[in-house]
Design a protein around this ligand. Structure first.
Ligand code: NAP
Length: 285
């Protein structure tokens, strides 16, 4: 089955550029179990049935909840499916995301991801940096070096960074190769425009989180106008725009609804004209 955007190679792993982000399958504010467990399992099964081969998750979602749902819905995993996880933050009782980037916490988190997902090796692990306010300037040497050690031990196939600054990406790359950067980016939040082009030139994937605006869905008059003209939803236009923005962009939109998943897959294939793109470009100005 062919999905909009075709495929991309992360290291030696071929993935569909249209992937799926599992974060919002957990309970409200990514804590606890989902209200509709069967519905969550159905979305994961539908993602794979539709041909998606890239699922993004983290042991911090729930915590443990989305990894366990993925395992229950999809294990044993098809060979083509690559589950990408991230480490570097824990959860506290208030739903906060305290950093956990010391070597011991990172090792524990890798082991917990392996257990939760039922894997012996994690295909790709992102080191989550910064905090809920965004990337923060700090050295990543110790934390990324720890993940590189765990990679050498055979627990991780490929590495990436998330919520990272340009300097942190360079610092990590001096320690070990990275295959992706996962940062916040969408039609209305274009802080990483230059970075995306730089990574494209290096063959490194850029995986925008909150592609649809995350907890506050994207809203813009220009987006609604283009969507109305094309007879499409705003979500479809936002995803199609990302796929057309650069070939190294991989999508991981989240949804807890099979209907939305199907709608997003169909919509991401929209072809946007030069006029549409010019109008949409103004949103990020
Ligand atoms: N690295 C990091 O620090 C970080 C941070 C945040 C997220 N992430 C990753 O990025 C992924 C994507 O982020 P996200 O899920 O938070 O945000 P998102 O993909 O921007 O948006 C998801 C929201 O959009 C809604 N939605 C999706 N399709 C829709 C449609 N067709 N019509 C109407 N509403 C629709 C969903 O609601 P419904 O459930 O009702 O469809 C959900 O509330 C996450 O799953 C996670 O894996 C990473």
């Amino acid at each position: 089955m062919s999905l909009p955007g075709g495929t991309w190679t992360l290291g030696d792993l071929s993935v569909t550029r249209f992937g799926y982000g599992a974060m919002q399958l957990a309970g409200p504010w990514v804590m606890g179990p989902p209200a509709d467990r069967d519905g969550a399992l159905a979305v994961l099964k539908e993602a794979v049935a539709q041909g998606i081969t890239h699922i993004d998750t983290s042991d911090a979602y729930g915590p443990h909840v989305t990894n366990e749902l993925i395992r229950e819905a999809l294990h044993p995993y098809p060979e083509s499916l690559h589950v990408v996880t991230k480490v570097g933050a824990n959860r506290d009782e208030k739903g906060g995301w305290p950093p956990a980037r010391d070597p011991e916490s990172l090792r524990r988190s890798i082991e917990s991801n392996l257990r939760g997902l039922g894997l012996e090796t994690l295909d790709l692990v992102n080191l989550r940096l910064g905090n809920a306010q965004g990337p923060q300037p700090e050295s990543v040497a110790e934390a990324f070096g720890t993940l590189a050690d765990l990679q050498r031990e055979g627990l991780i196939r490929h590495l990436g960074v998330s919520n990272a600054t340009v300097d942190q990406i360079a610092e990590a790359q001096a320690i070990a190769p990275i295959v992706c950067v996962q940062n916040m980016y969408n039609l209305a939040f274009r802080h990483d425009d230059e970075l995306i082009d730089k990574l494209a030139a290096q063959g490194v994937a850029y995986v925008p989180f909150f592609p649809l605006g995350g907890f506050s869905p994207l809203q813009s008059e220009a987006l609604s106008a283009v969507a109305a003209r094309l007879g499409a939803t705003a979500m479809s236009v936002a995803l199609a725009w990302l796929l057309q923005r650069s070939p190294n962009i991989l999508l991981i939109p989240g949804t807890s609804s099979v209907a939305h998943l199907r709608e997003n897959i169909a919509g991401a294939g929209l072809s946007l004209s030069a006029d549409d793109l010019a109008e949409l470009d103004k949103i990020g100005d």
